[in-house]
Design a protein. Structure first.
Length: 116
């Protein structure tokens, strides 16, 4: 499974960015897609995820500012990021999970930098 993410960049604090991710090459149905991020010197953490049924989950620090959307059945997920803060600066990774194989797939990552 290949995950192609796009939409990162440099933005001032308070600004917005939208990340997109498309998965391809899967022989099995993807059950959940999401976004993780990793800041320098920190562990990779979940930002938001969405199930094939549309259930969403967010880490507390982005609730009310970020919105995950998309159609997991069509292997597409988006992350709308508003009111960005310098602490949101990180490499953002698209993720896809297939229950039948219990395997997580990862995109290459896209840099998001928020200046103060």
């Amino acid at each position: 499974v290949q995950l192609q993410a796009s939409g990162g960049g440099l933005v001032q604090a308070g600004g917005s960015l939208r990340l997109s991710c498309v998965a391809s090459g899967s022989m099995f149905r993807i059950n959940r897609m999401g976004w993780f991020r990793q800041a320098p010197g920190k562990q990779r953490e979940l930002v938001a995820e969405i199930s094939s049924g549309g259930t969403t989950n967010y880490t507390d620090t982005v609730k009310g500012r970020f919105t995950i959307s998309g159609d997991v059945a069509k292997n597409t997920v988006y992350l709308q990021m508003n009111s960005l803060k310098p602490e949101d600066t990180a490499v953002y990774y698209c993720n896809a999970f297939i229950f039948s194989s219990r395997i997580n797939y990862w995109g290459k990552g896209t840099q998001v930098t928020v200046s103060s």
